[in-house]
Each structure stands twice: as structure tokens, then as C-alpha cells.
Ligand binder design. Sequence first.
Ligand code: PLP
Length: 359
Amino acid sequence: TKTYNFCAGPAMIPEPVMKKAQAELINWNGLGTSVMEVSHRDKPFLALAKQAEIDLRELMNIPDNYHVFFMHGGGRAQFAAVVNNFLGEQGRALYLISGQWSQLAADEAKKLVPEEQIDTVSISNHQNKDETKSVTLPDFTGDVRQFRYLHYCPNETVDGIEIFDDIDSPWPIIADMSSNILSRDIDVSKFAVIYAGAQKNIGPSGLSIAIVREDMLQLPSLPQPTIFSYQAQLENNSMYNTPPTFAWYLAAEVFKWLKQIGGVSYIEKINRDKAELLYAAIDASDNFYNDVASQNRSLMNVTFHMKDKSKQAHFLTEAESHGLVALKGHRFVGGLRASIYNAMSMEGVNTLAQFIKRY
Ligand code: PLP
């Protein structure tokens, strides 16, 4: 049986990319060495890095007044980086809480600056196990508070909650798009900063991408490890120190792949079809349910539960024997979860949907 991997992250990498990487593993670019073994400061790697940025800019339609940084440390490094780069000793920030990851981002911020500099507002009922989960966006009209930025997480990987509506914010918006970057068209110009850990729709873990509007670099920053300074990244073309070169290479290949198959609007259509198929199978089943309101159902992380929880272990074992792996929910929330990022085929989702129907 074919294996379909529904892991939330590190997640599947598109098969054609893996095959190309395998073929090039010990002889990249005709150099007779692996891409892992060459200097990031020599021409071949610099060309790769440049092309990766060009391709990402094209895929996301990133305006010229934004910098693109390839950094270390995944999503969580950016939790700290935004605080250190933008808050200084006085600045305040507002964190919208819609699930586990936005909460963790706010928790990290509160560790780095005095708590009174961080305001939080809950915008969902994700903690209430018995209710249908949904998000209500606050109305900030007339809000005179001074925040350096508003932070939120448009796709809550753990909870399966996605925010599709734009946030009408008087403050610059920072979005953690770790689990939905490149999954659907977004208007980058509505954001001051977009960041993402790579291990869902981009490539291997450890790499993070930060897309930073240039005026944000004027804000006073806190002393911090230089590798997390956006200014230092800018001055050094994301090569202040040795970057995660293999992850960068694979990310570059994923960008090429996505461009080649038709770009973000093309994959968005497939992602919508995949999610619709899977939610429909869950809704139609007598054994399973999803508890997220339809307008906030994630296209990337489909969370679901068994009505009879005692059957879950059996379901997971059976699924695995059919090649359907990594369906266990996050350790914080339990239940089940199928992550269906860009690399997951319609065929894989359909196989899971049929399995759910039959179970
Ligand atoms: N933010 C979101 C939305 C995530 O899903 C994750 C990881 O799954 C993170 C942040 C943390 O990423 P990392 O483990 O790369 O630090």
C-alpha cells in the first residue's frame, strides 16, 4: 500500500522535489559535491538564494517595499524576533488569541518584555471543548490605543481553526502563517510582517521565512542575538552566519515546483477541493465529527473526533495499516487531525475520505 502522510509538521514535501533532490544529492549543479557541502558565499549557492527569493516574491506577489529573509529557528524564533525587533523598551503590542499557537506567541512575548507591554484579546472559543469553535473578529473602530503591532495566527495548526476574513486594524499587522503560507492567495500589502516556519508548505524544519515591510525596520529594537535581527539579515542578505543551506535549497525547489504546477491560485483551488471532500466525509459519518464552524474550518489542518472515543486507538491502527499515517491529534488537544498541505495529493485525501466513510 502507498503511504499517505498526514503529519502536521514536519510534513510531506512534494514527491517531484524529493526525487530531484535525491538525484542531485551527491552531485549538485555539476559540482561533484552536495549542495550541503558548498560555501553559502560562493556563486552557485548565491544564485540559488537569489532565485529562491525571486520565486517566492512571484508566488506571493510580494511588493518591492518588503524584505524577504531566510532565517534560522522555525516559527518560534520569529515569536521572539518580532518582539525584539519592534517593541524596544516602551512599545506595546496586541495579540489576538484564537488557539494554541497564537497563545504561545503571546506567552513568548510576555517573557521578553514586561507583561504590561503585551495586551491579549481572545477572539475564539477554542478552549471550550463542548462548543462549536468559531472566531469573532473585534471591531477596532475608534480604538485610540497605541500598539506597535497587532499579532495573530491566521491558521491555528493545532485547533484546525482558520481566519479567512481580513482584520481591520489601525496598527501594523504581523501574521504567523507557518501553516497556511502559500496555501491560498493573500494580499501581502495588508500585512507589515508575515512569517512562517518552513516545515509545512515550504520545506524542511529549522528554516523560517520572514517577509518584512521596510518601514518596520525603523522601530527601536531590543538587544538580541544578532542572528534574529532583521536589520542584520538585511545587511547580510540573510547570510550573517551560515544559513541552513540544505533547507534553503529544498525550499527553492518547492517554490520552483509550485510555480511550475500553476502557482498559488492553482493550488488554492485544489486545497479547497481537498478540504471540502474531507469535511464532507466527516460530516456524513456516524462515527466522526468536526467541531469548527464552517467559516473557520482550516483548509490545511482538518481536526476531527470520534463520537466513541474508546475506538480512536483502533481507528488509528486500522488507518495505518491502510497507509494512512500521522492522523493523531496534537498532544495538547487530542482527537484526530489530517494535515493536508500543498504536497498532499487529492488522491491521498480521497483515500482518507473513503476510509472514513467505510469505517
Ligand atoms: N506557529 C504555527 C502556526 C505552527 O503551526 C508552528 C509549528 O507547528 C509554530 C508556530 C512553531 O514552529 P517551529 O516548531 O518551527 O518553531
